[in-house]
Design a protein around this ligand. Sequence first.
Ligand code: ATP
Length: 199
Amino acid sequence: MFLKSVTAFGFKSFADRTALEFGAGITAVVGPNGSGKSNISDAVRWVLGEQSAKYLRGSKMEDIIFSGTSRRRALGVAEVTLVFDNRDHMLPLDFDEVSITRRLYRSGDSDYAINKKNCRLKDILDLLADTGMGKGAMFLIGQNKIDEILNSRPEDRRSIFEEAAGIARFRMRKKEATRRLDDTANNLTRINDIKSEVE
Ligand code: ATP
């Protein structure tokens, strides 16, 4: 699997629809300071589910929407689509090509899509778990990240290895199952209370 293209519209400095095509192997992006190189990796990180504006170098999520220039009005929506070559079926879908889209409106509403079909963020996170591109994965190493990893608490560092080892998905499922069990236990307590009141 490899990233074939990134298409951005209204995302940070990409005011116009911009499509970047990548081949298999190494791609280097070069350009002057402030020309938008890091915005490309921010776009990738964002589509893959990043929920923290800080990790996208902003203070709030709205900061990722093109904020305008002296000659251009701000936009109301940001949209980025990633297309992956999935011929090796690393993404567990029956398609040789998989696209993932994320959209954010200034109102705060957002949309997600896999292969142009609307989905939830959770569907994207589930799809990516175990691929090495899931939440918290090290597929993107930003500036300062190395220091952060070295200084992180052992349990935080462990989550990096868990993602790489492919067990992050099970941790997510376990968390969900535990939550449901707790809900069920609460419901049972409530039912027993009602039962003893009636008896
Ligand atoms: P460097 O080489 O210094 O790391 P870079 O090429 O990685 O720079 P970026 O940090 O990707 O550059 O891009 C910064 C540019 O993106 C700045 O000019 C900034 O004004 C612009 N930018 C960031 N967010 C927005 C936004 N919401 N709307 C418009 N422009 C934005």
